[in-house]
Design a protein around this ligand. Structure first.
Ligand code: GSH
Length: 212
């Protein structure tokens, strides 16, 4: 049976389809239109009580159907279900979890706040824009430093940490470009990584989900 994926076309929404594409798992997409507030509908809240995408339902879960929200939990679950993109033990596993948590707790929320204050809001709050621009630039510097020391975020291997971070790093060059300008262009290691991860066919297919 296919995995049911509830998502929308935002950076957080694209992490799970990228992994599903990488794994070649069958999945059915259920778009949750955020602009129409479908994330507050009772049938979605039943699987994602925090009213945020992404969420999945796997009818073939451990001991029966399993619903999950929070992209980090979903990526770990799918990686462990298939034994791919997350080392089963050892330092490589913890490095991947470290950078995955860095994305979920840092890169995602800070970039999202930057998008809200600097791009989407019609009212411009200078202090908030300055705060989140500085923080976004700091996180970009952290990523540049890490990718100068390792091919991928977790080390030598492409992992769920890269999958989680790619849609947000990509957003820094597209949706967030009005706020961040040429900042990413000046980071050669980040550019190398963006090119290499973005060239993967599964990443390209996942980034196009959901098709509306
Ligand atoms: N920590 C969550 C963040 C998810 C998230 O922020 N999703 C946003 C879209 S990018 C959302 O569903 N927003 C709807 C809302 O807040 O009402 C994750 O990684 O899954």
């Amino acid at each position: 049976m296919a995995i049911e994926l509830h998502t929308w076309g935002t950076p957080n929404g694209r992490k799970v389809p990228i992994l599903l594409e990488e794994l070649g798992l069958a999945y059915a997409v259920h778009p949750v239109h955020l602009g129409r507030e479908e994330q507050f509908e009772p049938k979605f809240l039943a699987i994602s009580p925090n009213n945020k995408i992404p969420a999945i339902v796997d009818s073939d879960g451990p001991g029966g159907p399993l619903s999950l929200f929070e992209s980090g939990a979903i990526l770990i679950y799918l990686a462990e279900k298939t034994g791919r993109f997350l080392a089963p033990n050892g330092a490589a596993r913890y490095k991947a979890l470290e950078w995955l948590n860095w994305q979920v707790g840092g890169l995602g929320p800070m970039f999202a706040q930057l998008g809200f204050f600097a791009v989407r809001s019609t009212e411009k709050a200078p202090l908030a824009i300055e705060r989140f621009t500085t923080e976004a630039e700091r996180l970009i510097d952290v990523m540049e430093l890490r990718l100068g020391a390792a091919a991928y975020l977790a080390g030598d291997e492409y992992s769920i940490a890269d999958i989680a971070s790619y849609p947000w790093a990509h957003a820094a060059t597209t949706y967030l470009a009005p706020a961040l300008g040429e900042v990413v262009k000046a980071k050669p290691e980040l550019q190398r990584w963006l090119k290499s991860v973005g060239a993967r066919p599964a990443v390209q297919r996942g980034m196009a989900v959901p098709r509306i």
